[in-house]
Design a protein around this ligand. Structure first.
Ligand code: WQD
Length: 341
């Protein structure tokens, strides 16, 4: 039987590259398209090494270009598309909202337009940020979405609604939105991982860069929150576990197993971890002492959020399996790989 091909838009990035590895290892053909505006070729080259495939098709393009998007779908037989191509820096989105609304919404609408003409189902990379500061924990897919505190988060909610309304209007397509919690870690090969540009916003890359000596000291933003140790709690999902959730979701779409035209799944571990607990776990598993201090709270941070992943466990047949220790050891190995150690 002919192999199914999955288009991974933004596939040269952190999550996209890990998803590409898992899709290829699950027996799918993958077409990667990326404008390379937020990454270099490191991860795509790593994907080729991990999979042993030097022939993974790559197209450098922006999905904001409707004609280029249409041409891609005309040139390639695409059975499903996973859409990652978007800007994702929360702080930058507050400073440059129009750049985020234009890029993130226009690119997704162009993808849906080209996909619906060909009956190509769509998997959208959403985020737990849509839940804002939840009143009840853990959050389920029925938990209310809260007004976003950033244009970035708003584009995630708007893209979910654009997908929902499109699958309702166009009978040719179905859609799945995966709401990621906090993706962390790197591939166990240490050949692909997170490559933040400039000073990392996210916790784990800041930790690994502090440990390697690129950063002087980790500031823990706030230790006066109403949590057991005073620091914020998150649901940190290993990047390989997260990538595998995409394979299960694509399989559900391509095997015709979807029960609704539009489905949403939380992709998390279901277990909260505080900043301090994560720092201590990193020190322990990597047998090192991290230089950190407590600092004032960061604007926009929610106190605590973690997933109820039972719907994904049941309907996708997917469950996070990697331990925090494995994840943080892989994150450290990746940082050392980047430093040539
Ligand atoms: C986690 C915790 C910080 C850095 C963001 C986006 C979300 C998603 C994941 C894209 C918080 C604390 C962090 C540091 C710290 N991205 N922290 N010192 O903010 O939960 O989620 O990334 O989809 O949309 O909002 O992740 O890693 O930035 O922060 O103390 O130097 O670590 O205060 O409590 P966040 P994060």
């Amino acid at each position: 039987m002919e192999k199914k091909r999955v288009l991974v838009s933004g596939g040269a990035g952190f999550i996209g590259s890990h998803v590409t590895v898992e899709l290829i290892e699950a027996g799918y053909d993958v077409l990667v398209a990326d404008d390379m505006s937020n990454c270099d070729s490191t991860c795509f080259e790593g994907v080729k090494k991990i999979t042993g495939r030097d022939d993974i098709p790559f197209v450098k393009m922006t999905f904001c270009d409707a004609a280029a998007t249409e041409k891609l779908f005309a040139d390639w037989k695409i059975d499903a598309v996973i859409h990652f191509a978007a800007f994702k820096a929360v702080g930058e989105s507050v400073a440059e909202p129009l750049k985020y609304y234009k890029n993130n919404l226009e690119s997704f609408m162009n993808v849906i337009e080209a996909a619906r003409k060909r009956g190509c189902n769509i998997l959208f990379s959403s985020s737990a940020t849509v839940y804002g500061e939840p009143d009840i924990l853990p959050v389920t897919e029925q938990s209310p979405r809260m007004p976003s505190t950033s244009p970035y988060g708003n584009t995630k909610q708007m893209c979910e609604d654009i997908l929902r309304d499109s699958v309702k209007a166009y009978s040719s397509i179905k859609g799945i939105a995966l709401r990621y919690f906090n993706p962390i870690g790197a591939h166990p090969s240490a050949l692909i991982g997170e490559l933040p540009r400039g000073v990392p916003n996210n916790l784990v890359p800041f930790i690994t860069q502090t440990a390697i000596g690129k950063r002087e000291c980790l500031s823990i933003f706030g230790n006066d929150y109403p949590t057991p140790d005073g620091t914020c709690q998150r649901d940190y999902i290993d990047i390989v576990d997260l990538a595998r959730a995409h394979v299960y979701a694509v399989r559900r779409m391509l095997d015709g197993k979807m029960e609704q035209d539009y489905e949403i799944y939380n992709v998390g571990t279901g277990t909260p971890l505080s900043v301090l607990e994560l720092v201590k776990a990193f020190e322990k598993v990597n047998n090192l002492k991290l230089n950190y201090k407590f600092a004032p709270r960061r604007d926009g941070d929610v106190t605590a959020i973690w997933a109820d992943p039972s719907l994904a466990n049941e309907k996708l047949g997917w469950k996070a399996t990697r331990t925090t220790e494995e994840t943080l050891a892989a994150a450290w190995a990746w940082e050392k790989h980047l430093a040539g150690k």
